[in-house]
Design a protein around this ligand. Structure first.
Ligand SMILES: [Ca+2]
Length: 702
């Protein structure tokens, strides 16, 4: 036995020597660049952090970062919504240049990101928690992320090592995984860049088992604008759908429990809520009292979620101290944007008004940042990428659009630091119906352009910090208005925002192979007749012949489209086929006797008008979104180009494909009774464009 063991020992020794890279065999300086811990929560209002003088709660652990570091009172986002903010942090570019302007987009991980650049410069990179950019994280040595929004309890997660199912409360699980990474997984010889990203306190604010009964016997102070009547502003503020009064659901208000709890979790949940819900029925509230009750219910749950974030961030800060890492680790706490805690009667975000436009930002950097400082420079989520690169001593690419905050941290804000901030929100039509807007904020003023509504607002933040009265039409502000309009234009040029959004999908669309999605057959229908072109179906214009969800192979995202068939119309107006609605989709129809094709992407509508189509005659009609995103028609086999350049549909529409009518939400404004009247035969839908042979065999059947 001794002999083989010796051989084994020798083999192990040789293997060990061979596995040690040559460079580490020589004494080498350890990389002493600072670690970067980026703590990112979701929808965290600065109004609910005691370091920001919160009147609604206490956050002792988050306050540690501000007390031992710097609190920023003018930190802004480029676009106050989740996914876009995350894409800005990763790229240091506005959404129109990183391709992610609204939730539902897919982040293109092939582009330049700060994680890739840090990795290249020798940092070990990791992201743990919420990701919410659809595509798999790229540029991270380790990831352990929620899928999509992710649930508050028992989250399935996607990791470098494969999928994992967790049982427990998500805020705690994300922290457990973060500590595990710090203690066991990371390479101790490299500085780390760790994104520790909470799902909380995102809607619908499900408290953890340890905080679920906090605030039970308290009344949370109300914001002074809880009963805002939206006078003094444009129609945009009135027309949103995000009020505490009307838009919180039963699920938001916890009148119904979450559906994915274990029996033990459900018991804790029901013990906490049953009594409170019974109380509501007894109270029989209405009017302002009901709003007050909803506000209390909503804010308490929100704050319970914050309590867990605070406690868990505390665990990580404690570990940094115990392990000695704290000294050389820069800790950043921020949120993807701000949030309405009842201000203006709202929950949610999206607006350029202060509560959502501003985001909390606290930074601790021992030896570099003076403890307990408050900074009022205008900084942005756009600045993180370059800040991290600067801290790492890596080059900042010229095409990044922010600025390093490192000198600001060190108390040496450059003289030419920005004096104004540019904002652009895109998600309309979309959740909560907040109109598209862009604008500029200076130290004292804010100009907002709701450009699709052709409405402007101007606020004097010194006179009107709650932004209740626009002075856009006030002659006293005429000069200020003019200056701000000039500044807005300057910023749009500076940030290269001319209204176009970079479309990484365009290349994909060009390469997409042509596929027949479906050839529709009508043999099973009652109202059919024979035609020279196969079985024809009679269309009454009132109901869809087919209705198919936009999932799987019916998703038109980043694909050229060809659709059509034989029609024999009896009326000059009617939808032949449509998919999607007000944000994404397309519709092919007759209008005043002409063939029309419209494509919608990101809410933008592109329409081409084709030739007149005879009534009571068979015509073969095709609409095309070609590989260059141009619209075209083919009528009886003859190609008709148009000069309409559209866009590819950048994500699957919520509403599916309907044949013979546009059912559900409408791509265009033609009313619900919009279908084709007459007959239809041999209808086909393709992703891609057709070769001549396929086209001829369709148009001229044997
Ligand atoms: Ca968010």
């Amino acid at each position: 036995m001794r002999f083989p063991n010796r051989i084994l020992a020798f083999v192990l020794l040789v293997t060990f020597i061979a596995s040690v890279p040559f460079s580490s065999a020589i004494a080498q300086d350890k990389d002493t660049r600072p670690n970067i811990l980026f703590i990112f929560s979701d929808d965290h209002a600065y109004q609910s952090i005691s370091a920001y003088d919160s009147i609604v709660n206490k956050t002792p652990n988050l306050d540690r970062i501000a007390n031992e570091g710097m609190r920023f009172d003018r930190a802004f986002v480029t676009n106050s919504i989740c996914g876009p903010s995350r894409a800005v942090v990763l790229t240091g570019k506005y959404g129109h240049l990183n391709g992610f302007v609204r939730n539902g987009n897919t982040f293109n991980g092939h582009q330049q990101t700060v994680s890739k650049l840090l990795q290249k410069s020798g940092y070990e990179t990791a992201v743990i928690g919420k990701w919410h950019l659809k595509s798999t994280p790229v540029g991270f040595d380790y990831y352990h992320v929620l899928i999509g929004q992710g649930p508050y309890y028992n989250p399935p997660m996607k990791t470098t090592d494969g999928p994992v199912n967790h049982v427990g409360y998500t805020t705690e699980i994300i922290t457990d995984q973060t500590l595990k990474y710090l203690k066991q997984r990371r390479d101790p010889d490299k500085p780390f860049f760790l994104m520790y990203q909470h799902k909380a306190p995102h809607r619908n604010w499900q408290p953890g088992p340890n905080e679920i009964n906090n605030y039970n016997n308290e009344t949370i102070p109300e914001p002074i604008t809880l009963f805002d009547d939206y006078k003094g502003r444009t129609s945009a503020a009135r027309n949103q759908e995000m009020t505490v009064k009307e838009h919180l659901t039963r699920f938001d208000l916890k009148l119904d429990p979450p559906r994915n709890l274990t029996p033990e979790q459900l018991k804790v949940w029901n013990d906490a809520y049953d009594e409170k819900n019974a109380e509501l029925e007894k109270l029989n509230l209405e009017g302002d009292d009901l709003i007050r009750w909803k506000y209390q219910r909503y804010v308490k749950d929100y704050l319970r979620c914050i309590d867990s974030v605070d406690k868990n961030v505390g665990r990580v800060l404690d570990y940094l101290e115990e392990s000695g890492l704290a000294e050389n680790t820069i800790v950043i706490y921020t949120s993807d944007q701000g949030w309405y805690l009842g201000e203006h009667g709202w929950y949610d975000k999206r607006w350029m008004y202060e509560e959502s436009f501003r985001t909390p930002l606290m930074v601790r950097w021992p030896g570099k940042i003076k403890p307990g400082t408050v900074n009022t420079d205008m900084v942005m989520n756009l600045d993180f990428a370059q800040t991290f690169l600067d801290i790492a001593g890596a080059d900042q690419p010229d095409d990044m659009q922010g600025a390093s905050m490192k000198p600001v941290f060190e108390g040496n804000t450059p003289d030419d630091w920005r004096k104004s901030v540019y904002y652009h929100y895109y998600e309309f039509p979309g959740a909560h119906s907040v109109a598209k807007h862009n604008g500029v904020r200076t130290e004292r003023y804010k100009l907002i352009n709701f450009y699709e509504n052709k409405e402007w607002e101007l606020f004097d933040l010194k006179e009107d910090p709650n932004e209740l009265n626009s002075v856009y039409d006030d002659p006293d502000y005429a000069d200020i208005k003019k200056d701000l309009e000039v500044e807005l234009q300057r910023l749009q040029e500076f940030y290269k925002d001319d209204g176009t959004i970079v479309n990484f999908g365009a290349d994909r669309a060009k390469l997409h192979p042509t596929e027949l999605v479906r050839r529709f057959r009508f043999g099973e229908f009652d109202n059919i007749e024979r035609s020279p072109y196969g079985t024809a179906v009679l269309c009454d214009g009132k109901k869809p012949l087919f209705q198919i969800p936009s999932t799987g192979k019916f998703s038109p995202d980043f694909k050229p489209i060809t659709l059509g068939g034989f029609i024999n119309p009896t009326a000059a107006d009617g939808v032949i086929a449509a998919q999607g609605g007000q944000a994404m989709g397309y519709t092919m129809r007759l209008k005043d006797g002409n063939l029309l094709f419209s494509v919608r992407s990101e809410g933008q509508l592109f329409t081409a008008v084709g030739p007149a189509i005879e009534l009571n005659e068979w015509t073969h009609v095709i609409a095309v979104l070609d590989r260059n995103a141009k619209l075209a028609f083919i009528v009886n086999g003859k190609k008709i180009k148009t000069d309409v350049k559209a866009a590819f549909i950048s994500s699957a529409p919520a509403d599916g494909f309907t044949l013979g009518i546009d059912g559900g939400s409408l791509v265009e404004d033609y009313g619900a009774t919009n279908g084709l009247q007459g007959k239809m035969a041999d209808f086909r839908l393709f992703w891609g464009t057709l070769d001549n042979e396929t086209l001829q065999s369709w148009v001229n059947p044997k």
